[in-house]
Design a protein around this ligand. Structure first.
Ligand SMILES: NC(=O)c1ccc[n+]([C@@H]2O[C@H](COP(=O)([O-])OP(=O)(O)OC[C@H]3O[C@@H](n4cnc5c(N)ncnc54)[C@H](O)[C@@H]3O)[C@@H](O)[C@H]2O)c1
Length: 444
């Protein structure tokens, strides 16, 4: 057997065997050498590939601060460095003594370049609180309006950090630089109808972003008290009016509403486990100067001035839709009062040391107005007749009416809405005409 095998391997002529063996050895050696050098080259190539991948990855990781990889926030990021830290510290400095929160507050305001966050930041700054803003300047609506708000805030000494609430490293850095006493959380994907187009943006900002922020707050030492924006939309398909905080909220009509409802549950769990002081505010259709272009009163104004038709939705039974429109100054008062009455968080080092407050308040106007009435008021202030296109409300998440019961906020916050829709829209129109430089004569 063994012989046979050798016969197969080696030729039978003995002299030839040596030569053949030598050739075979050479061939094998060459093959081996060739394959070793090929392997060597491949190894070099793979090492180079790994090194370039790792350096690219670390460049991207270092920051979320250099690139924003989120689909909803395309602007470039830049945070960190001594100069940046100095801006943050200066902006957070308290310039008053006394006041509701005893000695002034140092507040992180998320969504500060947004409509409500901008007004609240200005109000806090005006009374001498320290305010640092955070906003990702996403393009859900014209970011130039957000930048204009930011520039105005900068003039009042409020620095708005360009960043995402999902950026845990940025949040940790901010809490490292400043011992914030409060966080006012307004950053969110707002709007009901956009969820049909981009549902992921709601999960990104309103759920994941909220959890990232709460994680940062829970680990901060001292823990801040948190005031955050929920929404009247949590009342969903409820038909008992006015809406009260004690009503059930288990029938959301949109993904937006569902994420806000989720936010109330999530904040409750952080309150329960970590002792974070939580105040959730259910805003009812906020409007006013520097408002949100995606909202009806704003887009109606634009279209009416441009002579374009406006679409007015009506309920299935031909009933007009109605909203409890709430003027921004009233909302700001409610937010500031919430901050001033928020009890302290009790945890430290990620552990709860005692029970902390968990509060929910309606902030509305208590007097719903129908959409055709709103259009009538706008026509009067704009001095232009609207071209109305009345259609049945599509099933896209809108609810037929909202109406707030604010007795809890009145009792605990001293909240008392003072601006009716006519007076509020008058101020909005004045701002709109001056901001967009609209010339009534030329229509431009
Ligand atoms: N305006 C209303 O009528 C109304 C009603 C009910 C509830 N709310 C809630 O009030 C809050 C403020 O609303 P608004 O009208 O000022 O909206 P807004 O869109 O003007 O402001 C939100 C801001 O948050 C920023 N933002 C969004 N996602 C972010 C993220 N992941 N990281 C950092 N920044 C982010 C946006 O760029 C924007 O500037 C929101 O939570 C909204 O859901 C508003």
């Amino acid at each position: 057997m063994r012989l046979l095998m050798e016969e197969e391997l080696f030729p039978s002529t003995p002299g030839k065997v040596k030569i053949e063996r030598a050739h075979a050895f050479n061939r094998q050696f060459n093959r081996c050498f060739a394959s070793t050098s090929t392997m060597f080259l491949w190894t070099l190539f793979l090492i180079a590939l790994t090194v370039s991948y790792l350096s690219f990855k670390s460049f991207v990781d270092t920051g979320t601060h250099y690139f924003n990889l989120s689909a909803v926030s395309p602007s470039s990021r830049a945070w960190g460095g001594l100069q940046w830290e100095k801006h943050v510290r200066t902006s957070a400095q308290i310039r008053r003594s006394g006041g509701g929160s005893g000695g002034g507050a140092s507040v992180l305001v998320t969504g500060a370049a947004g409509f409500v966050g901008f007004h609240v930041s200005l109000a806090l700054r005006k009374r001498g609180d320290g305010v640092v803003g955070l906003d990702n300047f996403n393009s859900y609506y014209d970011p130039s309006l957000k930048r204009a708000r930011r520039d105005l805030l900068a003039k009042s000494g409020v620095f708005v950090v360009d960043g995402d609430v999902n950026d845990a490293r940025l949040l940790a850095k901010l809490f490292d630089v400043v011992a914030f006493t409060h966080v006012m959380h307004f950053a969110a994907q707002a709007g009901v109808r956009y969820a049909i187009e981009n549902p992921a943006s709601y999960v990104h900002s309103n759920v994941a972003g909220l959890v990232t922020l709460l994680e940062a707050c829970k680990s901060a030492d001292p823990q801040p008290a948190i005031v955050w924006a929920s929404s009247s939309s949590v009342y969903g398909l409820n038909d008992k009016v006015p809406f009260s905080e004690s009503d059930k909220t288990d029938r959301p009509a949109s993904l937006y509403a569902a994420t806000k409802k989720a936010g109330e549950a999530i904040t409750h769990s952080y309150n329960h486990i970590y002792g974070l002081s939580i105040t959730g505010l259910r805003f009812f259709t906020v409007y006013g100067p520097w408002g949100r272009p995606d909202m009806a009163y704003f887009s109606f104004t634009r279209n009416i001035l441009q002579g374009k038709p406006i679409t007015v939705y009506r309920g299935k039974d031909k009933r007009d839709l109605a909203r409890d429109f709430t003027y921004i100054d009233d909302i700001v008062k409610g937010c500031v009062a919430s901050l001033d009455t928020a009890g302290r968080s009790t945890g430290s080092g990620g552990k709860k040391r005692g029970a902390a407050p968990y509060r929910i308040f309606n902030l509305g106007n208590t007097s719903p107005v129908t959409v055709p009435e709103l259009v009538g008021i706008l026509e009067r202030h704009l001095k232009v007749k609207a071209k109305k296109n009345v259609v049945e409300m599509p099933g896209n998440g809108d609810v037929p009416f909202t109406h707030a019961n604010v007795s809890r906020a009145r009792a605990q916050l001293g909240y008392k809405p003072a601006t009716d829709l006519d007076a509020g829209l008058k101020r909005f129109v004045k701002w709109y005409l001056s901001y967009y430089g609209y010339n009534r004569k030329t229509g431009m």
